[in-house]
Write a protein that binds this ligand. Structure first.
Ligand code: NDP
Length: 304
């Protein structure tokens, strides 16, 4: 059996390291402050925000959720962000995506002060990442590096293949792996012979949003497989195809009517990988942990 990389355990480790830093800041100055902007009603976003706010609460980080209506305009949202930029008690601003369709998302993200951009999405912070300068890093990719380091899995000199080139996962993950001296290949939907490229990987990062697409054929025996994909499968035929040979998984699907699956085939990874992140319980928990790290670091810079 491959080594399971337990994201919940690493999240708890990171949180327990942050707690004394937060207590010290609260005792000497004030607690770090995070503002979350949740525009409109999106059930998935509401769950993500609830988890982020709960984690802040558990750690003693002050958090405030602003919930403008679905009908908010770009100008109104820009004014809200400017107000948060100016507030001395707020160190981090998180604009939960997606925004309502009439809002110009790029303009809103650009308006967040780079020093309060705890998601690491602002072009200034993307530039810092490219140049290897200090600054908040995108949370999910930063979580991947933490996971590899804390499990003492070597990165330097290894072949890393990242499947997916989004601004929030694929590109920053590739850059962070590069900064750790991996030899990195980035793949996307136009990459020819994806299985052959993936089989070159000592470290395979899957961030596509395609349930169980990376089967045994894509995995080099003994590779470290990091599965970022989070896909809810609701179609029984699809679930049956994925979990052929695992009747207990299919029974679980029948009880719930859905199952969460990564981009890597959940049974094939067990047969081929040397180490792997499960879905759920792998990369997911680290995303919020790294948001907390970015918030505490923003506060430390702000208050020093
Ligand atoms: P995007 O949709 O923004 O990007 C998907 C990328 O995958 C694109 O670059 C696309 O290529 C590539 N891709 C899609 N299909 C294929 C294919 N068949 N072969 C090769 N490449 C393909 O997704 P995100 O990066 O935002 O998210 C990816 C996954 O990670 C999703 O499942 C998402 O839910 C999950 N996620 C999980 C997080 C966590 O905390 N665990 C956080 C963020 C995301 P192209 O550019 O050519 O279109």
């Amino acid at each position: 059996m491959p080594q399971l990389l337990d994201g919940n355990r690493i999240r708890d480790e990171i949180k327990s390291e942050l707690a004394p830093r937060i207590r010290a800041m609260a005792a000497s100055k004030r607690a770090p402050g995070l503002a979350v902007v949740l525009a409109g009603h999106n059930p998935a976003s509401e769950i993500y925000v609830r988890n982020k706010v709960k984690t802040c609460h558990d750690l003693g980080i002050y958090s405030e959720t602003l919930t403008p209506p679905d009908s908010i305009s770009t100008a109104e949202l820009l004014a809200l962000v400017q107000h948060l930029n100016a507030r001395a008690d707020i160190d981090g601003i998180l604009v939960q995506l997606p925004l309502p369709p009439q809002v110009d998302t790029k303009r809103v993200l650009l308006a967040v002060a780079p020093e309060k951009d705890v998601d690491g999405f602002h072009p200034c912070n993307v530039g810092n990442l490219v140049a290897g300068l200090p600054g908040p890093r995108a949370c999910t990719p930063a979580g991947i590096i933490e996971l590899l380091k804390r499990y003492s899995l070597p990165i330097a000199g290894r072949r890393a293949v990242v499947v997916g080139r989004s601004d929030i996962v694929g590109k920053p993950a590739a850059l962070l792996l590069l900064h750790q001296h991996a030899t990195v290949t980035i793949c996307h939907s136009k990459t020819p012979d994806l299985p052959a490229v993936c089989r070159e990987a000592d470290i395979l990062v899957a961030a596509m949003g395609r349930p169980a697409l990376l089967t045994a054929d894509y995995i080099r025996p003994g590779a470290t497989v990091i599965d970022v994909g989070t896909n809810r499968v609701t179609d029984r035929v699809q679930a049956e195809a994925i979990f052929r040979g695992a009747p207990e998984k299919l029974e679980a699907f029948d009880r719930k009517g859905s199952v969460l699956v990564g981009d890597v085939h959940p049974l094939d990874v067990l047969a081929r990988a040397g180490a792997y992140t499960p879905v759920p319980g792998g990369v997911g928990p680290l995303t919020i942990a790294m948001l907390m790290v970015n918030t505490v670091e923003a506060a430390e810079r702000h208050l020093c």
